[in-house]
Design a protein. Structure first.
Length: 198
């Protein structure tokens, strides 16, 4: 995968897994912030108030450096960690996975629990649509109006998205382009007379 792309999900999806009469209901949810993840976790805790455990893990940001996992009373590292492991092995981000467990009366042991939470998380991921998105950067430039055509020639050739523009005696333009191409775009724009970064 290119170093200026990331994988995420578009909609909420649900998975189901059963192990020795314990039922696991899993949800994969697109989230952007820890606060948003917490709201979803609270919502599932209220909805499944009669469940023994509501375990979860999330990963945030294009760099995939913000993450948390929670075992919600299960033995340490038997729930949150395997859920997070599924997020990692699928290289996903901006995602929360919640797994609700209804105890079936038979102890699964730590190995059994780890495997069950991993499978439940995998079932939710299998049900989602994954999208690859680019990491974009914004560039804001200023220039004098007579150089508009030269600037627009570069814009037309490199095709960044035009976020905003003001064309007066002094012009300003904000452009958005994928990270890997931003250096070349900046270099070409600054080669045009009167162009400067803002």
């Amino acid at each position: 995968m290119a170093d200026d792309t990331y994988r995420t999900i578009l909609t909420v999806a649900e998975g189901h897994y059963t192990e020795k009469r314990s039922r696991f209901i899993s949800f994969a949810i697109p989230v952007r912030t820890a606060e948003e993840a917490k709201e979803w976790i609270d919502r599932y805790r209220r909805q499944y108030y009669d469940a023994r455990h509501v375990c979860w893990a999330y990963m945030l940001g294009a760099e995939r450096t913000v993450f948390r996992a929670n075992d919600d009373g299960e033995p340490s590292s038997t729930a949150g960690k395997p859920i997070l492991g599924q997020i990692n092995s699928n290289e996903l981000t901006d995602i929360l996975i919640v797994v609700v467990r209804y105890f079936g009366g038979i102890e699964l042991g730590t190995g059994g629990l780890t495997a069950a939470y991993r499978m439940a998380a995998a079932e939710a991921i299998a049900a989602v649509r994954i999208e690859v998105r680019t990491i974009d950067e914004r560039i804001t430039i200023g220039f004098e109006y007579p150089y508009l055509n030269s600037v627009m020639r570069v814009v037309k050739e490199m095709q960044p998205a035009i976020v905003s523009r003001t064309f007066e005696a002094d012009c300003e333009m904000t452009l958005r382009i994928r990270k890997n191409e931003s250096g070349m775009l900046t270099k070409r724009l600054l080669a045009v007379e009167s162009v400067f970064l803002k």
